[in-house]
Design a protein around this ligand. Structure first.
Ligand code: S3P
Length: 442
């Protein structure tokens, strides 16, 4: 079965909506709940295919998990040494986060296992976790750096290492911290630039002691996690589509409820503000160790900017829709230092540049980013009607659906099945807010 989006042009976004739960936090709630001692209750869980893949992997590892039921999940933690050898390969589906964090978590176990993924995940680089884990004593085999990933059991324990990370990646940092839990001595990870710190915050919530000092985090092996309750905030990466949509569509005034505003995730807010966006944080609060706020966004004229490279890792998943914002801005936007975009669910630099050009925007892909000539100073639509290949990438599909708010004719987006990996219910929620999107199954 294939699915595509038909999006009619124009409209504005209004009202109050709550986008689904944070994907990063949902994955981690299952992983840490599974290895903790006791029962973890999760609410606001993302019932998207990626987080469900993680859930099914832990079921295959012998963990009893109830739900998801309207965002509620109960994880019956197995405690130290409690995971069981699976009967077959562990399928991570489309989820890079699941696979990379699992490689870390499973590399110190006394049983072997094999991790597999879908076509897109099977092309994604895994040496970034396999290499440092091998230095800790893990025995990991990849297919020339890509999945399937075979993890052999270790005799004895992994050894803690000091690892200055060559790239800014929360997945690599998290894989090493999870391996460090099962290692002798201390594991010390230093990142070249700040990345999302949900693993660190959640480990602390489960009672693990970490030493965090600037760019360095240290974890001592052998600590036991104690179950806790987790309230997953709405995913700022999903909110980003609406932050951009309401900024670019005249007459918009939208409130996004209960959005996670962890400072390692708010690069999208900072970038949009530099572009002149009108976004207000209402009622900031802390929920289970994570900052949360309601976000009110109103339409404004955006201007093109040179995106500060230090904001790139803090907005890494939001670039597809930020490129759409740039196309609607007055003047040129330049993104640099974003080569990681080339190894996401698709090559997001190439795929976005192709799509923007197909809709009449001057967009030039560079090795590590893009140069976009915004058309915000023109009257009338920014984008022409057109057809977009999403390459099965959820965020590409949703970014171009949002572009239709400023298009002169309908936009068709192919291959939208994977939108459900991060944003189940996108079509209904977007329609309710004012986007004329329909999903067609063929
Ligand atoms: C994630 C980290 C990011 C992000 C991904 C989720 C995580 O990847 O792109 O969607 O949950 O740790 P990198 O840290 O590899 O850049």
């Amino acid at each position: 079965m294939t699915r595509h989006f038909d999006v009619q042009p124009g409209g504005s976004l209004r009202g109050r909506i709550r986008v689904p739960g944070d994907k990063s936090i949902s994955h981690r709630s299952i992983m840490l709940g599974a290895i903790a001692r006791g029962t973890t209750h999760v609410s606001g869980f993302l019932e998207g295919a990626d987080a469900i893949s993680t859930m099914n992997v832990f079921r295959a590892l012998g963990v009893r998990i109830e739900g998801p039921d309207r965002g509620r999940v109960v994880v019956h933690g197995v405690g130290p040494g409690g995971l069981r050898a699976p009967n077959g390969p562990l399928d991570c589906g489309n989820a890079g986060t699941a696979m990379r964090l699992l490689i870390g978590l499973l590399s110190g176990q006394r049983f072997g296992c094999t991790l597999i993924g879908d076509e897109s995940l099977s092309k994604r680089p895994m040496r970034r976790v396999a290499d440092p884990l091998a230095r800790m004593g893990a025995r990991i085999h990849t297919q020339e750096g890509r999945p399937p990933v075979r993890i052999e059991p270790v005799d004895g324990a992994l050894q803690g290492i000091e690892y200055p990370m060559p790239m800014a990646s929360a997945q690599v940092k998290s894989a090493l911290l999870l391996a460090g839990l099962h290692a002798q001595g201390e594991t010390v990870v230093t990142e070249p630039a700040p990345t999302r710190d949900h693993t660190e915050r959640m480990l602390e919530g489960f009672g693990v002691q970490l030493a965090r000092n600037g760019a360095t985090v240290r974890i001592r092996g052998g600590q036991t996690l104690t179950a806790t309750d987790i309230d997953v905030p709405a995913d700022i990466s999903s909110a980003a589509f609406f932050l951009v949509g309401a900024s670019i569509a005249a007459g918009s005034d939208l409130i996004l409820e209960h959005v996670g505003t962890n400072p390692t995730r708010t690069g999208v807010l900072d970038i949009l503000k530099l572009m002149g966006a009108d976004i207000e944080r209402i009622n900031p609060r802390t929920v289970g160790g994570e900052p949360v706020a309601d976000l009110r966004v109103r339409a404004t004229d955006l201007r093109g900017i040179a995106v500060p490279p230090e904001l790139v890792p803090l907005a890494i998943d939001e670039f597809p829709v930020l490129f759409v914002a740039a196309a609607c801005a007055k003047g040129r936007t330049v993104v640099t230092g974003a080569e990681e975009l080339r190894v996401k669910e698709s090559d997001r630099i190439a795929v976005m540049a192709d799509g923007l050009r197909a809709l009449g925007t001057a967009a030039q892909a560079t090795p590590d980013g893009m140069i976009i000539e915004g058309r915000g100073d023109q009257t009338g639509p920014v984008f022409s009607a057109g057809s977009i290949a999403s390459h099965g990438d959820h965020r590409i599909a949703m970014a171009f659906a949002i572009a239709a708010l400023r298009a002169g004719g309908p936009i068709r987006i192919d291959d939208t099945l994977n939108v459900a990996t991060s944003f189940p219910g996108f079509v209904e929620l977007a329609r309710g807010a004012g986007l004329s999107v329909r999903e067609i199954a063929a």
